[in-house]
Design a protein around this ligand. Structure first.
Ligand code: HEC
Length: 175
């Protein structure tokens, strides 16, 4: 499904149309609140995105592909909702308010590149545990399941792209 590749010039438009998926949420209102949040986040991200890309692709004359497909974004979103959302719900930071995943904080903290986000996710930082398979020292690493290198790559791409967009799924996650 390479035709679904992200198109730089269309990203904002595509993300804005995420709200089109809102009515779906009613179907999952009966789930437990925690589960509901996860399901909503992942579910609401994928279908409208795909729909938006298919619909908008012909309008965009920017050459295709930043190397990140909607499938990658979806995988990143799923990984994020599994491993990161507990502390970084909607791109925030419940432990350290000055270290959110919004661009302003990322830049101030020298973490605004995909490489740096990868490194922090792999090795951890301060009170954030590292998730890499060879994360060291042990005390700095998660006691839970580790992530594969390619999963951390997807996460770094996802976080960076969300930060670039100002975490556009915010409302969907929270409402
Ligand atoms: C246990 C809570 C916790 C979890 C889980 C967690 N983080 Fe963090 N994260 C933090 C804390 C605390 C910081 C601030 C660390 C510091 O600057 O000392 C942070 C910082 C970051 C930063 C740098 C933000 C900035 O503005 O400096 C990134 C990027 C990040 N986390 C990504 C992730 C990703 C991706 C995941 C999931 C794999 C994740 N985090 C899971 C607590 C967590």
């Amino acid at each position: 499904m390479q035709i679904l590749s992200l198109i730089a010039g269309c990203r904002n438009v595509a993300y804005n149309s995420l709200s089109a998926g809102k009515k779906k949420h009613r179907e999952i209102e009966n789930l437990a609140p925690h589960k509901r949040m996860e399901v909503k986040f992942v579910q609401s991200l994928a279908p409208p995105l795909i729909a938006a890309f298919v619909a908008l692709s012909p309008l965009c004359d920017t050459p295709v592909s930043l190397g990140q497909t909607t499938a990658d974004i979806q995988k990143g979103a799923i990984l994020f909702s599994r491993s990161c959302i507990g502390c970084h719900d909607a791109g925030g930071n419940i432990i350290q308010p000055g270290a959110t995943l919004f661009m302003e904080d990322l830049q101030r903290n020298g973490a605004a590149t995909e490489e740096e986000i990868y490194r922090i996710t792999y090795f951890g930082k301060g009170r954030m545990p590292g998730f890499g398979e060879n994360c060291t020292p042990r005390g700095q690493c998660t006691f839970g399941p580790r992530l594969q290198d390619d999963e951390i790559k997807l996460l770094a791409e996802f976080v960076k792209s969300q930060a670039d967009q100002g975490w556009p799924n915010n409302q969907i996650i929270q409402d």
